[in-house]
Write a protein that binds this ligand. Structure first.
Ligand code: PLP
Length: 388
């Protein structure tokens, strides 16, 4: 099997499997809030993981809140700041048109709270329309801007440092969904200047169902918890900690701190090799993630449009040949709606429905790139012939 859907989820890293084994096999099992030795062992594991996650993004450990994943981190960041926005008499937030549904679907909920969500347009490259964004932030009562660091479908990377600087000069807070970025590019919260940043473990080798929210220490007192109760995670996320998940996230973070540069170089090589193999196949495709100098893209995500080929059909044929790819983001796959991300960058419905995503992970090899390109070409022409 060739697994090329790492933006949907990744294999658990071997070091992560080893680290979580005692917690999953029942050898270790403590509740991190209890005071005896079994609980203290769990607490120590949680705090070590917190340090590792903080280290990966250049944060302080007390700025890391463990959550159940990227979705919860996004929702905690956006809804948690609403009471503070009310105090500031700010009634609007801006998100981009290519955000994950975890963010976009908050629009109607926010409306009930009397907060308007405005949608920032993006260019054909996927880059935010900075003129639109900055003019809004400068002239309207915007309290929060939430723009993802790297997109899950096309991998475009946004200039968060620029956005944070501008927003802070206009008394506006900044959140970024860095779920696809962390573990695939260098992420430094101080350089980015953001106030909050979402992380998801299963996108870089940890377990599913664990994530974290970075909350800059000076805005921490202004965030309301979404989940209240026992006051865990410094009151921002109650509920007994998922120690196994947290240990997995800490271990994956530690691994990425050591090996990220090596993986980034490897993704660049694999992507170049894949694109070269695709060119050789001479099949009719376009890629909006081709490096045309207009914007920066993650090296591990490639988006390909095979004109006249239904991506869902291509996905099924590739699957039958033992290759896992995605027709859109995993979270919206299964629906026939064309991807909102591809529509936002200006694709027609037909183009969006003809687009697949290849996403690389730490286990992929050069040989797999050649094989995947050949199979893509074979299956795309097979589908085209069926419709001729
Ligand atoms: N944000 C982005 C950009 C994502 O790609 C995803 C998942 O695909 C999420 C948020 C949701 O993360 P999780 O699956 O951990 O809830």
């Amino acid at each position: 099997m060739i697994y090329l859907d790492n933006a949907a989820t990744t294999h658990m890293l071997p070091c992560v499997q080893e680290a979580v084994h005692p917690w999953l096999s029942g050898v270790k099992f403590g509740n991190a809030s209890t005071l005896h030795s079994v609980g203290r062992e769990a607490r120590a594991a949680v705090e070590q993981a917190r340090c590792n996650v903080a280290n990966l993004i250049n944060a302080e450990p007390n700025e890391i809140i463990f959550t159940s994943g990227g979705t919860e981190s996004d929702i905690t960041a956006i809804l948690g700041i609403v009471p503070y926005l009310k105090v500031l008499e700010k009634r609007k937030i801006i998100v981009s048109a290519i955000e994950h549904h975890a963010i976009l679907k908050l629009q109607s909920y926010l409306k009930l709270l009397d907060i308007e969500m405005e949608i920032a347009p993006v260019k054909r490259s996927g880059e935010i329309d900075y003129d639109w964004l900055f003019s809004k932030v400068a002239n309207d009562d915007i309290g929060l801007v939430s723009i993802m660091l790297a997109n899950n479908e096309i991998g475009v990377v946004q200039e968060l440092a620029l956005i944070s600087e501008f927003c802070h000069n206009h008394e506006c807070l900044v959140h970024t969904d860095a779920v696809q970025a962390v573990g695939h590019m260098a992420v430094d919260v101080r350089n980015l200047g953001v106030d909050m940043l979402s992380i998801s473990g299963h996108k870089f080798g940890a377990m599913q169902g664990i994530g974290a929210l970075y909350v800059k220490s000076d805005i921490r007192p202004y965030i309301y918890p979404m989940i209240v109760g026992g006051g865990q995670e410094r009151g921002l996320r109650s509920g007994t900690e998922n120690v196994a998940g947290i240990v997995s996230l800490g271990e994956a973070a530690c691994h990425m701190t050591k090996h990220l540069d090596q993986y980034i170089a490897m993704y660049h090589d694999l992507r170049d090799q894949f694109m070269m193999a695709m060119e050789k196949e001479n099949c009719n495709f376009v890629s909006c993630t081709n490096q045309n100098g207009e914007a920066e893209y993650l090296p591990n995500i490639v988006s390909l449009t095979f004109c006249g080929v239904e991506a869902e059909a291509l996905l099924q044929l590739m699957n039958a040949d033992g290759v896992c790819i995605s027709a859109a983001s995993a979270c919206s796959a299964g629906s026939l709606e064309p991807s909102h991300v591809l529509k936002a960058i200006g694709m027609s419905d037909d183009e969006a429905r003809a687009t697949i995503r290849i996403s690389l992970g730490v286990n992929n090899t050069n040989a797999e790139m050649e094989q995947a390109a050949q199979l893509l070409s074979k299956n795309a022409s097979r589908i085209k012939k069926m419709y001729q």
